[in-house]
Design a protein around this ligand. Sequence first.
Ligand SMILES: [Mg+2]
Length: 256
Amino acid sequence: MLISDFDGVIVDGMEEYWWSARRAAAQLLPSGVPLPQAAPEAFRQLRPQVHHGWEMPLLAAVIAGYGQPLAAFHVDYAAALAASLQQLAWSEPQLTEALDTVRQQAIATDRQAWLALHRPYPWMLKALQRLDAEGVPWGVLTTKSAGFTADLLSSHRLHPQVIYGREDGPKPEVLQRLLAQAPASGPWRFLEDRRLTLEAVRALPALDAVHCLLATWGYLRPGDAQNLPAGIKLLDPEVVTQPLAQWPAAAIVQAN
Ligand SMILES: [Mg+2]
């Protein structure tokens, strides 16, 4: 069974994230604050640090000059995020709601235009369509909402067996539940572009049997692909289009 992250692994959602983030931020900031139409370089640079969707409208506000200076995010992302949230007196649920509302409106008014802001990686599209055709089970585990993810996948005629979104809890917990429910569905492969998430999975002995794979084409921070621990392997686009059995093995082998 393959469990894959969505943003930065199946789909390049950079344009959509900026599109939604700037609209959500504009609703919360004083009116008339200028925010560029196209995703600014500063946003692209910080995207690999982002864990949850709500962080993106906050980053849009930071780019517009609110909250902590941009440089602070490059020094300590988590601290700058928390300080900015406090400075602006915004909350995580408020930002999540603002982002969801923007997306719901976009889907209701111009669904095709909204879908077109997402660009699937061709090698992933090919690999997942082949898994579907072969009847090989695969699923999606994302910090996006499951509803938006299902919409996007079906627009590309992709039909995962399961979709777990931000509503289902942290990824390592969801994986633990999945393995406990269907231990015989192995070998399990977990494909991500966020190294910290793979490291969190690797830290749980209950998930030793999961092959943790880091997508080289995703939103990686500088140095993410270097000095990986033994239990995490890089996955290149050329390998993705090969059968699952050819993908690198990265499970932890228990010493007896
Ligand atoms: Mg990702």
